[in-house]
Design a protein around this ligand. Structure first.
Ligand code: HEM
Length: 440
């Protein structure tokens, strides 16, 4: 019996439990007791299996701390946002560990959350070793999938990604369309004056970035700032309509994009440059089509449309969130607002007429740039990146991560970890000054 038990300890707890039960207990039971006993054992085993496989991460990840399904469900039921949960549950764990790692169930099952900057770099630079997980899960015709999960650079991986990036790179490398941004700011101030009184900053920023991405992205004017009731804006701001209406509006939007692409292709094939009124400020769609024409690659209409949707999605909500939060932080910290204002006046002057900044002048606004960096750190619009799969065994901050693990870069944790930042919850643009280095 004892040798049986001893060999049992070398097996998994479940195996040894079943072995002990069948070899030692069952033979000693009466028939009736046997039935009850077997039923109890099966129930116990089931509970054990469910608890062990469903509520705990797989054995290969058990060396990491984890938050189970219960913890996530409890948060969801309490109505906690991702940020509430970040502060109350994740950060204490991240701060307590040198590697900043933990496991939690997410869209792709058990995911390892990564936050140390060196690990983040490792994952993002080794694109073949860490391909992106398939974004398109659940209902393929779901709203988000339809809009954002086409064959664009955010979704695809490996060689396909590389070849698309070649066509898209000129759009990423373009210089700031300063004239356009200047014009939009003038329109914004004019609208604020017309509205008068208290204005809804996040709505205005949304309109502003919608116009920016429309004009800088496709050479298309949504007139979202100038015309508060514009047809396009109501179509695009999607003020939480019912699902069916949402889909209808998305279909119209995608159809309109087809038309925009077609007319741009026609125009460029006839040799007409776009944005004639804004010299050298060609839109992203033009830059992508021109890149194709130079033979740097080719995108099908579907790929071009998928990338435009991505530019639209990635470039509009992110920037409007960043700008709204920058205004919020400036309002909360009048001394910082004053310093930023003084810098703008020192560079642009204090004339009563508009003086739109040049790219070179914007570069010289070091303090305002620090304010933007600190805004992006403390209230960044992208708290998590898309999940990736580790294709090989690897180490992150000295901790073993087995092949097949889903890794998720948790930007929120990176930006709020006490192991990375001094006093992370204080809004302090000076932490980005040259004197203080990026720590502060
Ligand atoms: C504050 C503003 C922005 C933030 C914080 C931001 C953040 C990010 C992040 C974190 C990623 C990586 C996602 C991942 O790999 O999982 C990303 C990718 C991307 N972003 Fe942005 N973004 C911003 C503005 C923009 C704008 C203005 C555009 C375009 C007009 C844009 C277009 C893209 C595209 C195309 C990708 C995919 C790149 C690739 O995988 O090759 N983003 N962005």
């Amino acid at each position: 019996m004892f040798s049986n038990m001893l060999s049992g300890f070398l097996k998994t707890p479940l195996e040894s439990m079943i072995q002990l039960y069948t070899s030692e207990i069952v033979p000693n039971l009466t028939k009736r007791n046997k039935t009850i006993g077997i039923t109890t054992a099966i129930a116990l085993s089931l509970i054990y299996i469910i608890r062990d496989t469903f509520f705990k991460p797989p054995h290969r990840l058990r060396h990491l701390p984890y938050f189970g399904y219960f913890s996530v469900t409890r948060s969801l039921m309490k109505g906690e946002s991702m940020f509430d949960r970040g502060y109350s549950v994740h950060l204490p764990m991240v701060n307590a560990r040198h590697d900043g790692l933990y496991v939690e169930p997410g869209r792709f099952g058990w995911e390892v959350h990564v936050s140390n900057p060196e690990d983040v770099k490792h994952i993002l630079l080794k694109t073949k070793m860490f391909p992106k997980c398939d974004f398109n899960i659940g209902n393929e015709q779901g709203f988000l999938n339809k809009f954002i999960a086409g064959p664009n650079v955010l979704i695809i991986s490996g060689d396909h990604w590389k070849s698309q990036r070649k066509v898209i790179n000129p759009a990423f490398r373009r210089s700031m369309p300063m004239k356009l941004f200047g014009q939009l700011t003038q329109e914004l101030f004019a609208t604020i004056q017309v509205l008068g009184g208290t204005v809804d900053v996040s709505d205005l920023m949304m309109r502003c970035t919608l116009d920016a991405i429309g004009r800088a992205g496709f050479g298309f004017d949504f007139s979202a700032i100038r015309d508060i009731n514009s047809h396009w804006t109501t179509l695009l701001l999607w003020l939480f309509p019912k699902r069916k209406i949402l889909h209808e509006k998305l279909d119209i939007f995608l159809e309109k994009l087809d038309q925009v692409i077609q007319s741009k292709r026609d125009k460029l094939s006839k040799g007409h440059a776009s944005n004639d009124d804004l010299e050298h400020e060609r839109d992203l769609l033009t830059l992508m089509i021109e890149s194709e024409q130079r033979g740097e690659g080719a995108l099908t209409d579907e790929e071009l449309k998928a990338n435009l949707c991505l530019f639209f999605f990635a470039g509009h909500d992110t920037t409007s969130g960043a700008l709204s939060f920058a205004i919020y932080h400036l309002a909360k910290h009048p001394e910082i607002q004053e310093r930023a204002g003084a810098e703008a006046i020192a560079i642009l002057g204090d004339e009563p007429t508009d003086n739109l900044p040049t790219a070179e002048e914007v570069k010289r606004m070091t303090y305002i740039n620090q304010v933007m960096k600190e805004t992006l750190r403390i209230t960044g619009p992208v708290p998590r990146l898309g999940a990736r799969t580790a294709m090989q065994d690897t180490m992150l901050s000295g901790t073993f991560i087995p092949k097949g693990t889903t890794v998720l870069i948790n930007v929120f944790n990176t930006h709020h970890s006490e192991n990375i930042w001094h006093d992370p919850e204080t809004f302090n643009p000076d932490r980005f000054s040259d004197e203080q280095g990026v720590q502060g």
